[in-house]
Ligand binder design. Structure first.
Ligand code: PRT
Ligand code: ZN
Length: 292
């Protein structure tokens, strides 16, 4: 620790110790230029070049630790934040750990909206969110809370329907189930304690600034192409870009090189038109950081 720093000037971040969010959480910190000395002490680790201390915890415990102020902030799935219903604020979405919480039924059964759930036994690890959905839809059903392998519940006669996290859908498919209704779209988010000090708030803002630059870069591509000068105006009209594109003359007479930034979707939407206008030698490059 830098001799001038005190615990009050270090932001405490809780991330998942192991599991689906661990690697992406560590990767995000790295992409933000924050080095974590992942020493022998796996419970917590300190950044060497940013006022941050990282606690490694079970994801279910993170909202509680942040509410209590044991950690100032945490990276955790929205599904866990809403299920635990602690008093924490969501400060940013992190763009990884995407999944959805869905009802699933046996593949030969039909699901005609919430009324299908009436009187059924629902197996889930998310009793709070499922009960909320039942209440909102004025349906009564029996919730069987189980902590893992929810997808086997219909097969062993424990439940008629399940409500579980889905990403690719292959777990449901392999268990003879099909997704029937999504009740929550989720991704990893940054949660924060509601009463953090001004000093910590300033550190958090600089962390969020870095996270946003990383996220923005991920969704954008740096695109270069060569184009005949007489088509420059028409091509520029197609390009989204941060401001206007950079246009540089090529050694070849009558040709220019155009540099610009766009999202991957925008690129695929305009690529045919660019080619029709005579653009060639089109290069698409990754961007590491992007500050608008
Ligand atoms: O030990 P700890 O309590 O910390 O971890 P955990 O076992 O409770 O959680 P973990 O590591 O499985 O998941 C952590 C977080 O990852 C979840 O809270 C979600 O926010 C997010 N996430 C993203 C997922 C999935 N995708 C996901 N597919 N969490 C779980 N799954 C499971 C799902 O429960 C089902 O069993 O994967 C299976 C379905 O996946 P597909 O691809 O077959 O549809
Ligand atoms: Zn968990």
């Amino acid at each position: 620790m830098n001799p001038t720093t005190t615990t009050e000037s270090i932001l405490k971040l809780a991330i998942q110790k192991s599991g689906r969010l661990h690697d992406d959480s560590m990767k995000l910190l790295k992409e933000c230029g924050i080095d974590i000395s992942n020493g022998i002490n796996k419970l917590k680790s300190e950044a060497t070049n940013f006022p941050l201390e990282v606690y490694f915890l079970r994801d279910d415990d993170i909202p509680q630790y942040v509410e209590d102020g044991v950690a100032d902030i945490g990276f955790v799935g929205e599904n866990v934040v809403y299920e635990k219903a602690k008093t924490v604020a969501i400060a940013d979405k992190l763009g990884f750990g995407k999944c959805r919480l869905s009802f699933a039924v046996r593949k030969n059964e039909t699901f005609d909206g919430p009324a299908t759930l009436q009187g059924k036994r629902i197996a889930t690890s998310y009793p709070v969110l499922v009960q909320k959905y039942l209440d909102e839809n004025k349906v009564q059903a029996e919730i069987q809370e189980i902590s893992g392998s929810v997808e086997i519940a219909p097969g062993i006669g424990l439940a008629d329907i399940i409500c579980d996290l889905v990403s690719s859908g292959s777990t449901l498919f392999m268990n003879g189930l099909k997704e029937a209704e999504v009740i929550l779209q989720s991704q990893a988010v940054l949660i924060k304690n509601s009463g953090i000090s001004n000093v910590k708030q300033a550190i958090l803002e600089s962390l969020i600034f870095r996270i946003q630059a990383v996220k923005q870069a991920k969704s954008s591509k740096y695109v270069l192409m060569n184009a005949p000068n007489e088509k420059l105006e028409a091509i520029e009209k197609l390009l989204p870009g941060m401001k206007s594109p950079t246009v540089l003359p090529l050694a070849a007479e009558g040709w220019s090189s155009i540099h610009t930034v766009m999202t991957e979707t925008q690129f695929w939407n305009i690529i045919q038109n660019l080619k029709e206008l005579g653009a060639e030698g089109i290069l698409v490059l990754l961007i590491e950081k992007m500050v608008p």
